[in-house]
Design a protein around this ligand. Sequence first.
Ligand SMILES: NC(=O)c1ccc[n+]([C@@H]2O[C@H](COP(=O)([O-])OP(=O)(O)OC[C@H]3O[C@@H](n4cnc5c(N)ncnc54)[C@H](OP(=O)(O)O)[C@@H]3O)[C@@H](O)[C@H]2O)c1
Length: 253
Amino acid sequence: MRDEARHLVFVSGGSSGIGAALARAVPWKGARVLTLSRRPAAGLEHLAVDLAEPAGWEAAAKAFAREMAGFAGERVVFFHAAGTLTPIGFAGEVDPAAYRRNVLVNSAAPQVLGDAFLRAAHSTRARCDLVFISSGAAHSIYEGWTSYAAGKAAVDQWTRTAGAEQARRGGRCRVVAVAPGVVATAMQEEIRRSPARDFPQVLRFIELHKTGALREPDEAARDIWALLARDFPNGAVLDLRAPEGLPASPQGS
Ligand SMILES: NC(=O)c1ccc[n+]([C@@H]2O[C@H](COP(=O)([O-])OP(=O)(O)OC[C@H]3O[C@@H](n4cnc5c(N)ncnc54)[C@H](OP(=O)(O)O)[C@@H]3O)[C@@H](O)[C@H]2O)c1
C-alpha cells in the first residue's frame, strides 16, 4: 500500500472536529491518511499519542521518519490540528497539572512535531506541506485562555521563521499556519459551557452559536485544503475569514 500511494497525509487531532474533517476531505484518491491523537479516528489508520507527553512526541517523530523515508510519491502533508483549551480559566486560578498539559499540547507539541516533520522530509523527494491550525487568539486577548493563546502565537511565529528557513533551502517544504474562524466543534461546546468568571466573553460565543455564525468543520476543512492549492509565501500566517485568506486578520476568536 505504501509503495502505491502517491500522497501521504498526516493529521494530528484527526479524531474530532476540524482534524477529522481535514482527514475526510483529502482530495487525492488512494492517498494514505494517518491520524495522530489519543482517541482513534473512525475508519482511518491511527497512531495513539498523547501530545501532552514527550513520549507522544517521540512516537509521532518515529512515525514521520518511518513513513517518509524513501517515500517516492508526489506530496506529503501534515496538518497539525491537535489543540486544547482545557483548562479554561485565569492563570493562577486553574489546576496547575491541567495548565502544564495545556502548555505542552499547545506550545511544545507543535514545535517539536514541526521539527520532526521537517527532519523526516529530508528523506523523501516529495513536496511537503506543514500546516498548523492556528487561531485569532494568537493576537486578540481572551481572558481565560492564556496558555492556549500563547501557544497559537508561538505557532504563528514558528511558522514565519521556519517558512523563511525553508525558502532559503529551496522551498520544497512549505510551512503555513491557518486560523479557521469560529467552527462548530467540541472545543466551541466547551467554550459555551464555561462560567463567565473563568471566561468573561462566554456570552459572545453563545450568541454566535445562537445566530448560526459558526462554520461547519467540513466547510472549514474544504477551505483549508483549497488554500493549499494556492501560491503564497513560505511561512504565511493565513486567516480563512480574511479576503483571499491572507494575511491573518487582527480580530480573532
Ligand atoms: N473550533 C474553533 O472554533 C477553532 C477556532 C480556532 C482554532 N481552532 C483550532 O483547531 C484545532 C482543532 O480544534 P477543534 O475545534 O476541531 O476541537 P476538537 O474537536 O476538540 O478537537 C481537538 C483535537 O485535538 C486532539 N487533542 C487534544 N489534546 C490532545 C492530546 N493531549 N494529545 C493528542 N491529541 C490531542 C483531540 O484528540 P484526542 O482527544 O482524541 O486526543 C482532537 O482530535 C485546534 O488546534 C484548535 O485550537 C479551532
